[in-house]
Design a protein around this ligand. Structure first.
Ligand code: PLP
Length: 457
């Protein structure tokens, strides 16, 4: 059968032909179309383990696990089999109007077992939908607590929480806000705990406290009786792998407790093991009331997201509260839940999370730090299987390149040409590889990164 999705079934199509069709018919997310029209897309046609191959057959080490999601690596037959079986048994049914199906129920049970402070799970199709759901839950919670005036959600500059109206409003990317114009009201952004970029005139510990205490100042300014919640990624991913100083999260927790506001950790990237703990909140020792998840829940094999709901919130929402008018056709899609169950089984059976904590995480961090010696590198930071390499024009003064020079983009391009995927966030090169990365693949990643830094310099 001639399957149009299978490039193997179209040996007659060259890369140029794919690129032509792509330019003509396909609008890409987060892409500068003019730039793309000039050079054409990279066409990735297959993957296995930690590698992807382009349509010309070049093998590329995927230092980004797709988009921070293919945690168990590519080509896992266990997930494909679970999906195939579920598709035959029950390809779709919804969880609306007092129905449910076993895969959603079992996945909810397993998730609350993994994160026992959460009593229930509300499923969505993505991380963005999870954050929209978070907003709806926060506002409904305070309504039911007879404090409907508590509407303000405090988020952070340079945060990423998705691309729906709710997610993008919670996010703190200036360029996104400029383009969107009107955002959802009642969302306020405070500064991020980005020590290398914004805090080097004091110790990381002092800086962490300073940035956390902006939360208290902001609550006082707005009026504590109007503030509903604080949301933050335990480690800011798309903002450039911003790892907060150790003092930051405990202080945030203290302030949220003091004012009784809900604490939300967006675990879309950190969740399911990347820090070496199951959730970023576990790593930083905080106790969120709500936890949006996505990506690593299925290792990206099929879209799925959700919100983990603590007893504090669930008792109110599930109490004598009437119907919660919210949900998606694909909330808890059975095939996605089956993929998630198979994915969780792999994570557990192969001890992939403890492997990050005890073995491959420390090894990656140690090897990555060798890049610090490169003349182009201002800082290397990382934790678990997160890494960031900040490129600077002057190492001693940390002076940055003019953004118009596009140094990060150039480096990203050299990486791709030399068999490595790293992402560029301005001039910060980001990695978040699959959890199954071997020691030899860490060495390959670091030596290719060094070579590409040389080519960029
Ligand atoms: N939250 C965080 C922290 C993310 O990194 C992302 C995506 O990168 C999202 C939310 C949005 O998730 P999705 O792209 O699945 O809607």
């Amino acid at each position: 059968m001639n399957n149009p999705m299978n490039t193997a079934a179209h040996p007659e199509r060259t890369r140029e032909e794919w690129q032509h069709l792509d330019r003509q018919h396909h609008l890409h997310p987060f892409t500068d179309f003019k730039e793309l029209a000039g050079k054409g897309s990279r066409i990735i046609s297959r993957a296995e383990g930690a590698y992807v191959w382009d349509v010309d057959g070049h093998q590329i080490l995927d230092g980004m696990a797709g988009l921070w999601c293919v945690n168990v690596g590519y080509g896992r037959k266990e997930i494909a089999d679970a999906v195939y079986t579920q598709m035959q048994q029950l390809p779709y049914y919804n969880n609306f109007f007092q129905t449910a199906h076993p895969p959603a129920i079992e996945l909810a049970r397993q998730l609350t077992e993994l994160a026992p402070r959460f009593k229930q799970v509300f499923f969505t199709g993505s991380g963005s939908e999870a954050n929209d759901t978070v907003l709806r839950m926060i506002w409904r919670y305070w309504q039911l607590q007879d404090q409907p005036q508590r509407r303000v959600v405090i988020s952070r500059k340079n945060a990423y929480h998705g691309s729906t109206l709710g997610g993008a409003s919670l996010g703190g990317f200036g360029v996104v806000h400029e383009q969107m114009g009107t955002l959802i009201p009642d969302i306020v952004h405070i500064n991020q705990p980005y020590w290398y970029g914004e805090g080097q005139d004091m110790s990381p510990e002092e800086f962490g406290l300073l940035r956390a205490r902006e939360l208290r100042d902001t609550i006082e300014e707005i009026g504590a009786d109007k503030v509903a919640a604080f949301i933050g990624e335990p480690i800011q991913g798309a903002g450039g792998v911003i790892i907060p100083p150790a003092t930051y999260w405990p202080e945030i927790q203290k302030i949220c407790d003091e004012y009784g506001i809900l604490l939300v950790t967006d675990e879309v990237i950190c969740g399911f093991g990347r820090t070496g703990e199951w959730f970023g909140a576990d790593y930083f020792g905080v106790k969120p009331d709500l936890m949006p998840v996505a990506k690593g829940i299925t290792s990206g094999y099929i879209p799925l997201g959700g919100v983990m709901v603590s007893e504090r919130v669930s008792d109110v929402l599930m109490g004598d509260a009437g119907e919660f008018y919210h949900g998606f056709t694909y909330s808890g899609h059975p095939v996605a839940c089956a993929a998630a169950l198979a994915n969780l089984a792999i994570l557990r059976q192969e001890h992939l999370v403890t492997r990050i904590r005890d073995d491959i995480g420390p090894y990656l961090q140690q090897q990555l730090r060798t890049l610090q010696a490169h003349p182009l590198v201002g800082e290397v930071r990382g934790l678990g299987l997160f890494g960031a390499i900040e490129l600077v024009a002057d190492k001693a003064s940390h002076r940055r390149f003019d953004s118009k020079q596009g140094v990060g983009m150039r480096c990203r391009e050299h990486c791709f040409q030399n068999g490595l995927i790293m992402r560029a966030v301005s001039d910060t090169m980001i990695i978040a590889p699959p959890f199954i990365l071997s020691h030899a693949q860490v060495d390959e990643l670091v030596s290719k990164a060094w070579k590409c830094l040389d080519l960029t310099a």
